[in-house]
Structures are given as C-alpha cells and as structure tokens.
Design a protein around this ligand. Sequence first.
Ligand code: NAD
Length: 473
Amino acid sequence: MIPVRNPRTGEVDHQIEPATSEQVAAEARRVRSAQPAWQALGPEGRAETLKRWAEAIEEQADALVSALSVDTGRLKIARVEVEGLPRTIRRWAGRAPQIIAGLNVRDRPSAFPGVSISTRHVPYPLFGAIAPWNFPVVLSTIDLIPALLAGCAALVKPSEVTPRFVGPLKETIAAVPELERVLAFVLGGPETGQALIANVDYVCFTGSVATGRKVAEAAARCFIPANLELGGKDPMIVLASADPVQAARTALRASVVASGQACQSIERVYVARPVAERFLKTLVDEAGKCRPNFPDIDHGEIGPFIFARQAEVVQAQIDDACAKGARILTGGTVERLGGGLYLRPTVITNVTSDMLVMREETFGPVIPVIEFDTVDEAIAQANAGEFGLSAAVIAGTAHEAEAVAARLDAGAVSINDGALTSMVGDAEKNAFKLSGIGPSRSGDQGLTRFFRTQALIRQNGQPLPLAAFAEGG
Ligand code: NAD
C-alpha cells in the first residue's frame, strides 16, 4: 500500500494499492485488443465518442472537484481543471477529423519513373502517460485526448501523490463503454510507471528531469518514442519601457498561481534599473496582500504545498540564498497551518547566480529579482542555466518585447504577459535544453505525433527484371 497525505491536514487519510507489473500488463492487453475497432471507428466516430465522455465528466463534475480539491488542497484551481476538461475534449474533437483528413496523400507521382506514392498515417496502437501531482487532472489528460482521437488505446498512470480524483474519473469513463474498452488508468509509483513503459508503444511523461532521464532510458531499451515535458526555471525580463506597476502584477500572478507549483511559473525576474524601484515596490506591496487559503479553502490566493518534501526543497533554497547574502523583502518562511505547509509569496533581492534559487527549479511562490543595465546582460542571464521551458518579456511595445524574445533560449515566450502556456493550448512549441524532448504537445502537432507514416509505393508499369542489375549489362 502507498500512503497518501492530505495537503491541508498533513495527515495520511488515504492509501492506494499500486498496480503490479502483471496487472499493468493485463490492462495493456485488454485495451490493446480493443484498439483496432477504435481505429476503425474513424476520426468522426472517435470524436463523437469523446464528446459523450465530455458530457459524462460534466455530470460528475462535483464529485471530481471534491476529490481533486482534497488531492491538491485548493478549490478554485480544482474547479478550473475539472471544468476545463470537457472544453479541451470538445476543442480537440472538433479539430481532429480535419487535421487527420489533411494528412493522408494519395497517388503522388514519384521521382522514380512509373511509380506513385500514397502516404497513410497509422496510430501507435498503445499510448501511455505518466503524470505528476501539480495539476493532476490536466496533466493526466493533456496528451491522452489527442492520442485517443488519433486512434490509440491508452494507459495512464497519474501521480501516487494525488490519486483521489481517479475514482470519479473512472466512473465517467465507465459511462462511455466504447471508451472504457480502450482506456485504462493504473495507480502506483515508480515501479508501476516502469511497467507502463514496458507495455506501451509511445510514452508521454510529465515530471522532473531526474525521473525523465529514467523514463527516457527505459523507453530507449524498448525502442519506443518518449515525449518528455520536464522542469523549468522560467525567466521574465522587464524592459525599461515597460509599465512597472503592470509588470509587477503580471510577475506576481505568473509566479505564485498554484503556489508556484507549475512548470511554467516565473522563477526569476530581470528588471531594467530605471523601472526597478517602482516594480519592486508594487511587487512587495501586492505580494504582502496574498493570504493562505486557510482555514477556509475558498478564501486566499496561496494553497498548501501538495507534496510535503517540496516545502523542504523550497525552504532550503531560500535559506541557501540568505546564507549567501540575499535579502528577503516579504515572505521567506514555510508556515504550518492546521497541518498544511504554506509559503506566502517570497520576494528576494541581492541574488547571485551561484544561489540554488537562481539555478534549480523552485516549484514554490518565490520571486528572485535582479536589476540589469543592458538588455544584452539581461538576455545572457536569462539564457544561463540548463532549463529552456518558457520565458516572458514585458516592454512598452510588443515589437520591442518580441525582438528580445527571439534571442531567448526557451520553447515559448509570453509577450507582455507571463506563463501564457498554462492557458493557451494551441501554440506549437518544443521544450528546449533539459526541459524536455519530443514534438509539441500543443497545436496540431499534439495530435500528429501519435501517427507513424506508412508509404504505399505503387508500381504502375513493369517491375524491373533482375537483368537490369546484371554486371556488364
Ligand atoms: P516526478 O518526476 O517525481 O514524478 C512524475 C511521475 O513519474 C509520477 O507519476 C511518478 O510516480 C512517476 N515516476 C517516478 N519515478 C519513476 C520511474 N523510475 N519510472 C517511471 N515513472 C516514475 O515529478 P513530480 O514531482 O510529480 O512533478 C513535478 C515536476 O513535474 C516538476 O519538475 C515540474 O516542473 C514538472 N512538470 C513539467 C511540466 C511540463 O509540461 N513541462 C508540467 C508540470 C510539471
């Protein structure tokens, strides 16, 4: 049994029985055997089926929100996750038949005389997803929906830290029998994750760099593609032409939503010296107004740490920064409230690149701020480090911000906003550097990645005889 802690009370009030490798293999066989019929249903048939799933999710929304809010210790974002799921399903279901229709090419003449080529797109039979705990519903389904629409069967392993939402979600799947035949959720930790990789044909992993490496190694042994979406250390650059008050409010939201437990959180801010004072004053004032959502879950901006160990990581980074000369302007200490662990937004200055808080992913509501004199210097610092997930640039005009964005080593850059990738699902992007590898999970590529290309090469004339290759001929 794996004990599951409640992030609001700190108590272990739930447990899961991890699926064994035999159980994972049995689920894989079950959904794999139904995949040919699912593929034969065609894009429209699959889209219609998924729309019925969206309806079933809406019917179970209250049960899903209440389980997810216990998993994560927050209510508003639990609602946003659950209410967003049917919308995402319908958006993909509306788009998928058109994307798929545009892929296949029939009878194109080849450069080779007498031959024509047709191109088919064949789904990977069994897709697998391994998800983290920070947005349990969104990140268990983000790759799943386009994979199902492509015609794959699917096996999903959510995080063992936040498994409560899976019960009500399974009920919504059971309400759509065609879907239940090709979709299975399995619960468990690392071993269950490894068993999943051993059974699927394509794996999408969202999580840390350390685990991503293990997933990539296991996938390489099986010769299956591994699409990895990993950590980030997203920088925001605030140029001298920016409105510092608006920039500070944007930085705060993009850093502390979900208590900073988001891969695309702004984790470093580089602000031009002429606007730095007003920027910092607003940031500190507004950060100081944020409240933990305790004792009432439906009041306040800051939820508890979902994963207790993460609170230790964040506190250790803050302590390391202080020991090396940083100044905390607000926040700075993890508080225990009713057994939950909370950190108010923490603004830090006097930070240097040797501090952990500037090098490693924080995953908490911490905003280190550095002033800069030249744009080149800001870009060089923003590009330092091993992550390249996303970034943000704020300037007086979009044109000026985009010129800086084009020089950033990151897969997506929010222009005059921050962390837009958390809200915008149709922009194609790759994760750069250690933040991941593989095709885009958003935009049309989010669907087309689940197809293999099959060529039908037709001889329209006479096949060449062996004599055409004979020596001296
Ligand atoms: P994690 O890497 O600890 O775990 C993620 C998942 O991997 C869990 O389901 C876990 O059970 C499973 N797992 C653990 N060991 C495994 C193994 N050896 N083999 C197979 N599976 C294994 O990540 P986490 O702590 O749950 O999530 C936080 C991390 O996720 C952060 O680094 C964050 O940046 C990242 N993240 C990235 C994105 C993105 O889109 N790039 C989105 C959200 C979170």
